[in-house]
Design a protein around this ligand. Structure first.
Ligand SMILES: *[C@@H]1O[C@H](CO)[C@@H](O)[C@H](O)[C@H]1NC(C)=O
Ligand SMILES: *[C@@H]1O[C@H](CO)[C@@H](O)[C@H](O)[C@H]1NC(C)=O
Ligand SMILES: *[C@@H]1O[C@H](CO)[C@@H](O)[C@H](O)[C@H]1NC(C)=O
Ligand SMILES: *[C@@H]1O[C@H](CO)[C@@H](O)[C@H](O)[C@H]1NC(C)=O
Length: 179
């Protein structure tokens, strides 16, 4: 199957998250505080302490039900200058090497897949599946060398940068990949 849904990352009927600031000024996630709705959990490659790693982000607000069609619709934020890239069909994996994200952006793996690794071998790796929507945010200045992407030949990738200085509203659910 060339195109698989992103439903592996879509939690249906999970309790909505709510933010609370605890005494240590960190954000905790409380459940059962509002009616259930769908939340997209997306893997995000971030630059922290000058190194890249993966976090799991819950995109907020979650899906909203369209009053006209009844579909669940998720706002992805204000975007600028999207691009569509077709990787050559070489028959063997394509190694992009270590690089920083060119912009803070949504990335949709339309066809193909990729393995993303980090200079520190103890950092959780990320396997991107066909159809997966994820975020690359480890732009230059946030991470010394970024991440290494090795993708399937013939992959097709849609990159959708956020408007300068913005990123979709989210809660960090955990360090490492989404479960
Ligand atoms: C997108 O930009 C518009 C116009 O500047 C603004 O009103 C809106 O709040 C922005 N949306 C998000 C999700 O940032
Ligand atoms: C990530 O992948 C690299 C290369 O395959 C491997 O050496 C490393 O052990 C992996 N890291 C983790 C935390 O599994
Ligand atoms: C990040 O690491 C690079 C390479 O080691 C170094 O040149 C740069 O100054 C570091 N940046 C910060 C903010 O520590
Ligand atoms: C990604 O890693 C998996 C598991 O090791 C492997 O089967 C697959 O071929 C790798 N994909 C690429 C594009 O290297």
């Amino acid at each position: 199957m060339l195109f698989s849904p992103i439903s592996n990352l879509l939690l249906s009927a999970v309790p909505a998250f709510a933010l609370s600031l605890n005494s240590a000024n960190t954000i905790s996630i409380l459940s059962n505080t509002s009616p259930s709705r769908n939340t997209l959990l997306a893997n995000a490659i971030v630059g922290k302490n000058n190194a890249s790693s993966v976090e799991c982000w819950a995109v907020e607000p979650g899906f909203q039900i369209s009053p006209t069609t009844g579909n669940d619709i998720l706002q992805l934020g204000n975007l600028s200058g999207a691009s569509y890239s077709q990787w050559p069909n070489t028959g063997s994996p394509i190694d992009l090497g270590f690089h920083n994200a060119p912009a803070v952006q949504w990335v949709l793996m339309i066809v193909g897949g990729a393995n993303i690794t980090f200079p520190d071998l103890t950092t959780h790796n990320l396997t991107v599946s066909p159809g997966e929507l994820f975020i690359a945010a480890d732009v230059a200045g946030t991470s010394a060398v970024g991440h290494r992407t090795v993708g399937d030949s013939g992959s097709i990738v849609l990159q959708m940068p956020f408007q300068e200085g913005t990123v979709v509203n989210h809660i960090v659910v955990n360090e490492g990949t989404c479960h």
